[in-house]
Design a protein around this ligand. Structure first.
Ligand code: NAD
Length: 340
């Protein structure tokens, strides 16, 4: 078992990573908790034992289930059962469950403890760590939420064995991102080390900027184009696949701005293709639509903002002009040989 601390003063916690760590659940729940509400999905082939009185509360599948209606339903069910402020919510599932149950825990009785047991690769290396919780509105994704740090996170790598292939690949897109945030050759590590390395990077970034005053934005590396591709909606891409294309696009943008050299761009393409992820724009893509969507990105502060690699590492860069965007688009429209 690998233990990764997340240092946030009195809200510090540990992320346990390794095969079978879900069996540690009982020991990480606060002692004062008599009851545990386990929030999960009916189809999930993973169970946990919190070692005290507990009840399972189910939520639906897909982004529509990540809603205020689900939060209301969960809170009403918690209340009918008699969950108190001293008790604990356990979120057992992918990022959809940890985001929704995490937000329900943040607002129920003005905040009860939550322990995340993420069961997708994406949730283990990203969604369950760092305290961002929230739900969607019909007007957009993640528009309502709260920072609510978990009491502990259990990343049980054993449970990833049942993950559908496409969900696993989606996690690999986020994993590819961490290569460029200081992770290096993550693909050469065993699975639990890989997950722990990503968690360490996320923990370090979150520890230095919990509420995204600045540095935490680097975690959005590759995400500006990815979100636009996902919002446009007609390209049938999983989140991680969109991130993979976004990473290569960000590298091309950085090269167009002379921030990185050909070799670094080639490295982005190499990592993305090593994970079997796409690096080119889907056919028939509407560039004007993508640029408009990128300009509306929640993270955009002034004009077009991208997180880009460069001599000082990955950092937000503002005020990028359309001709530069188009040069980089051109580079991801047709496959071409990169120098080795
Ligand atoms: P998901 O939670 O929808 O899970 C994908 C599918 O896999 C679901 O059908 C789920 O039931 C199934 N599943 C989960 N674990 C399984 C297992 N072990 N075996 C078999 N099937 C399993 O998707 P996701 O990719 O984990 O999460 C996506 C969500 O995470 C998005 O809503 C996104 O906004 C959010 N997110 C949040 C943060 C954050 O910092 N809070 C970061 C990244 C993503």
């Amino acid at each position: 078992m690998i233990v990764v601390p997340v240092a946030l003063g009195d809200r510090s916690y540990e992320v346990l990573v390794g095969p079978g760590v879900r069996s540690s659940l009982a020991s990480v729940i606060p002692e004062r908790s008599r009851r545990v509400a386990i929030v999960t999905q009916p189809e999930l082939p993973v169970a946990v034992d919190p070692g005290r009185e507990h009840r399972v509360f189910l939520m639906g599948q897909g982004e529509e289930a990540k809603s205020l209606a689900t939060v209301e339903q969960l809170c009403r069910e918690f209340s009918r059962w008699g969950l108190t402020r001293a008790d604990t919510v356990v979120a057992l599932g992918g990022g959809l469950v940890t985001d929704t149950a995490g937000f329900a825990a943040a607002v129920y009785h003005r905040g009860v403890a939550v322990v995340h047991v993420p069961t997708t690769l994406l949730a283990q290396i990203d969604a369950a760590v760092g305290g961002k919780t929230g739900v969607n509105l019909p007007e957009g994704k993640n528009l309502v939420g709260a920072f609510w740090q978990p009491h502990a996170v259990l990343c049980d790598t054993e449970v990833l064995a049942t993950l559908p292939e496409r969900e696993y690949r989606s996690g690999l897109g986020e994993l590819a991102k961490y290569h460029f945030l200081g992770g290096g050759r993550l693909d050469e590590l065993p699975l639990d080390e890989r997950v722990a390395s990503c968690v360490r990077i996320k923990a370090e970034v979150v520890g230095s900027d919990e509420r995204e005053g600045g540095r935490r934005a680097v975690l959005n590396y590759g995400h500006t184009l990815a979100h636009a591709l996902e919002t446009a909606g007609h390209y049938d891409l999983r989140h991680g696949e969109a991130v993979a294309i976004g990473l290569v696009y960000a590298a091309e943008l950085a090269r167009a701005l002379d921030r990185i050299d050909d070799e670094r761009v080639a490295e982005h393409r190499r990592v993305v293709s090593a994970y079997g992820l796409p690096s080119m724009l889907p056919p028939g893509v509407d560039l004007d639509e993508l640029v408009e969507l990128m300009a509306r990105d929640k993270k955009a502060v002034s004009g077009l903002t991208f997180v880009l690699d460069g001599p000082r590492g990955v950092e937000p860069v503002t005020g990028i002009d359309r001709p530069v965007l188009d040069r980089a688009f051109e580079a991801i429209r047709e496959r071409r040989e990169e120098p080795a």
